[in-house]
Design a protein around this ligand. Structure first.
Ligand SMILES: [Ca+2]
Ligand SMILES: [Ca+2]
Ligand SMILES: [Ca+2]
Ligand SMILES: [Ca+2]
Length: 280
């Protein structure tokens, strides 16, 4: 392949200078060349998990030099004259660490942030960066770098129910885990979905009355089969109510007598005057 036109060579040289400036700026070192006029259009590799990183390199080109610049005081060269199969340990990296990769083919430098020459694919903990060299045949196979962060081991399953946090929302209770039946009202998110389910209160209300003139006399008003110690409230609505509300608690057998809550004249059954409604 012959020498490219002078204009192309100048542009490549400018691109190389701009690329070097970016690396130096990323390292926080002083550099005299101005920053590129246009913002970097492609995200660099930013790790989304902590852990030791390994860089694997597959090189198709005969001579490549790959430099790695990380947004930390570290700058390292993975290989010179890379021919494939090289690897390097980046050491322990923390989440959010930015890595900028640079390919130098001896004449030009290409950053992993340059979409014209580099593509980035991410799958789980692996970032695959492929480069196209100066020939620009758009095959993006001239250098392939794979950065791998091992998947962190899941936290231990403390209660032995087969699930670890965060899937197990209560790792101190083996009856609470994904797939467990939800028991309403026990204060426990048994199935690890939407918290504890509110319980339904089931009770029987027994009421007896007789009519008296234009009113009704209550003879019996009791609650049965309520939850032990359940709070039972009685409210009266209407203009002629003699009381607004009263409450008591069911006994340990779930029973509560409600007539004592309703005011009445001594020696008579409780009158409910017409136009009033009781709600229990
Ligand atoms: Ca568990
Ligand atoms: Ca559990
Ligand atoms: Ca639940
Ligand atoms: Ca529950």
């Amino acid at each position: 392949m012959g020498n490219p036109p002078l204009g192309v060579r100048i542009m490549r040289r400018l691109r190389m200078i701009a690329g070097s400036a970016f690396v130096m700026l990323a390292l926080g070192l002083p550099y005299a060349v101005p920053s590129p006029a246009v913002a970097d259009p492609v995200a660099t590799i930013v790790l989304d998990r902590d852990g030791p990183a390994t860089v694997m390199i597959q090189s198709k080109a005969a001579v490549n030099t790959l430099n790695l610049a990380v947004a930390s005081p570290t700058r390292m060269s993975v290989c010179n004259d890379c021919r494939g199969g090289e690897n390097a340990q980046l050491g322990i990296l923390t989440r959010g660490t930015e890595i900028v990769l640079r390919l130098d083919d001896g004449q030009n430098s290409f950053l992993s942030t340059d979409p014209a020459h580099a593509q980035i694919q991410q799958s789980d903990g692996t970032w695959r960066v492929t480069w196209d060299d100066a020939a620009g045949d758009r095959d993006f196979e001239d250098l392939v770098v794979t950065v791998t962060i091992p998947t962190p081991a899941p936290p231990p399953d403390q209660d032995g129910d087969g699930f670890s946090p965060p899937a197990d929302c209560m790792d101190t209770n083996s009856t609470a885990h994904p797939g467990a039946p939800e028991v309403p009202g026990n204060g426990v998110d048994d199935d690890c979905i939407n918290g504890d389910r509110p319980a339904k209160v089931v009770a029987v209300i027994a009421i007896e009355w007789t009519t008296s003139g234009s009113g009704v006399r209550l003879l019996r008003l009791q609650v049965h089969d309520a939850p032990p110690s359940a709070r039972v409230a009685v409210r009266c609505h209407g203009r002629r109510c003699r009381f607004a509300r009263g409450h008591t608690a069911a006994d340990r057998n779930g029973r509560a007598r409600l007539l004592p809550l309703i005011p009445h004249r001594s020696g008579t059954a409780r009158p409910l005057k017409s136009g009033s409604r009781h709600r229990t």
